[in-house]
Design a protein around this ligand. Structure first.
Ligand code: UDP
Length: 315
């Protein structure tokens, strides 16, 4: 298979590149490197069948040949990015998605849209199944990402209906693992970095808010199972084991043997609209893809902690 991975230099995108190359696919990765990092692709660069194109998919996409699959993972995704790059996020979610969809339609490729649990907003239904329509503030600080991803889903659905493009939509829930940047702003990377430095772990607000964390190898195996299927989605891809942020902080202190304490700090203003609970219902993924996550939180965290330690040691 020949695959185009937009956002191939990102956290999840680069793991997807490695999985596809590992099974013998040819992969072209496109990235603008606004938030993606070239270092995420160090194991792919130089490998047979891998090509890297530095390009912003909001600009017209050059002719890169035919593709069996087009995977759209291009977007900044950390809540810290929502304050830094709101216009870029809206543009890549709209114009970028449109350009990639047109390319897939022209070339007869299967198109996978990386959507998000953020389409559910601050959910009033728990756990979140794909039929829950969401509770999203259209003008709040998170709206650039939430609404861009909702618009993306609408665009994918219209392309499929009107032009017959072979599309699918994955709703990705919180994912963690190596290659998350230590300064990413997302909670797992932040807590591990703080624990390794012996600094207090910055639990925002009450710490009773929950998330459900999926290890990145599980996430990308779910995405590829969806790509290889004929399911149009949307399908939730995530790990349904739910934990409070206070519980996560305590677990990370324990696993790192850190002297750090848990510090409760007020929710920063740029985190306005922080969802209070989030947990995927993955019955659909289990039923139609035969997929479910296999890496437990403590095991995944230990691998990520080792990785952060080795990055710090190497400088
Ligand atoms: N969070 C926290 N301390 C931090 C960073 C995040 O307590 O230093 C909380 C944040 O308020 C949210 C949860 O951790 O409730 C997950 O945040 P993250 O940025 O990882 O992703 P989100 O699920 O909000 O997109």
């Amino acid at each position: 298979m020949r695959a185009l991975v937009a956002g191939g230099g990102g956290f999840i995108g680069s793991h997807l590149v490695d999985l596809l190359l590992g099974r013998g696919d040819e992969v072209v990765a496109i990235d603008s490197f606004v938030t993606g990092r070239r270092s995420n692709l160090s194991s792919a660069i130089g490998r047979t069948g891998f090509h890297l194109v530095e390009h912003d998919v909001t600009d017209p996409i050059p002719d890169l040949g035919d593709f069996d699959a087009v995977l759209n993972l291009a977007s900044p995704a950390s809540p810290d990015d929502f304050a830094r790059f709101p216009l870029e996020i809206l543009l890549v979610g709209s114009t970028g998605t449109r350009r990639l969809l047109d390319l897939a339609g022209d070339r007869g490729s299967r198109f996978l849209q990386a959507s998000t649990s953020e389409v559910y907003g601050d959910p009033l239904s728990h756990p979140q199944g794909e039929d829950y329509l969401g509770n999203v503030d259209p003008v709040g600080l998170r709206s650039c990402y939430d609404e861009a991803k909702r618009f993306g889903e609408a665009m994918v659905s219209a392309h499929r209906r009107v032009l017959g493009t072979d599309t699918t939509i994955a709703r990705i829930f919180n994912t963690y693992g190596e290659r998350m940047a230590p300064a990413d702003g997302r909670v797992v990377a932040t807590f591990i970095e703080q624990a390794l430095r012996g600094e207090p772990l910055s639990v925002y607000g009450s710490g009773n808010q929950t998330r459900s964390f999926c290890y990145v190898s599980d996430q990308v195996s779910g995405l590829v199972a969806l790509l290889d299927s004929d399911v149009s989605g949307p399908v939730n891809i995530g790990n349904p084991t739910e934990i409070t942020m206070r519980g996560l902080a305590e677990t990370i202190i324990d696993l790192t043997d850190s002297v750090s304490t848990v510090a409760t700090v007020p929710l920063p203003p740029e985190r306005e609209g922080d969802p209070s609970r989030r947990c995927p219902d993955i019955s659909l993924a289990r039923a139609v893809l035969g997929w479910e996550p296999v890496v437990g939180l403590r095991d995944g965290l230990l691998v990520m902690i080792d990785h952060f330690r080795s990055v710090e040691l190497s400088g």
